[in-house]
Design a protein around this ligand. Structure first.
Ligand SMILES: N=c1c2ncn([C@@H]3O[C@H](COP(=O)(O)OP(=O)(O)OP(=O)(O)O)[C@@H](O)[C@H]3O)c2ncn1[C@@H]1O[C@H](COP(=O)(O)O)[C@@H](O)[C@H]1O
Length: 94
């Protein structure tokens, strides 16, 4: 899991740097709505996760959770927050 998150975050940071035209991630960094594009996605997907949880739909819960984690990592990269900052915060709570 940790490796998956680190690899995904590295890809996101690369997309932020290189802004390929065909990249969904890059489109979030260049969106005309600015950071609101990713913030809106996080809001929508959180609502979808709540509905999936209410339905006890395990597959959908995993799907929406993955959407949220991905968009959360995009937000961290957008705000120049490192993955290690998130990790340190979680570690401090143990
Ligand atoms: N993990 C993701 C990822 N999760 C979600 N998404 C995109 O996020 C968008 C979600 O928006 P929507 O909710 O409107 O899409 P949807 O499928 O209709 O929504 P649901 O019904 O599924 O909730 C879709 O376009 C997905 O393709 C992602 N896009 C990219 N990644 C990762 O980012 C990497 C780089 O991707 P690119 O930037 O596209 O090259 C990929 O290799 C993946 O590892």
């Amino acid at each position: 899991m940790e490796e998956t998150l680190e690899e995904l975050f590295a890809v996101i940071e690369d997309r932020k740097e290189t802004l390929p035209e065909d990249s969904y991630t890059a489109s979030l960094f260049t969106h005309e709505k600015g950071e609101n594009a990713v913030l809106e996605k996080l809001g929508e997907e959180t609502t979808e996760l709540v509905l999936a949880a209410k339905d006890d739909d395990h597959e959908e819960i995993a799907h929406e959770s993955a959407d949220i984690v991905y968009h959360l990592l995009v937000l961290l990269a957008m705000k120049d927050v490192e993955l290690s900052d998130l990790e340190a915060e979680l570690e401090a709570r143990r």
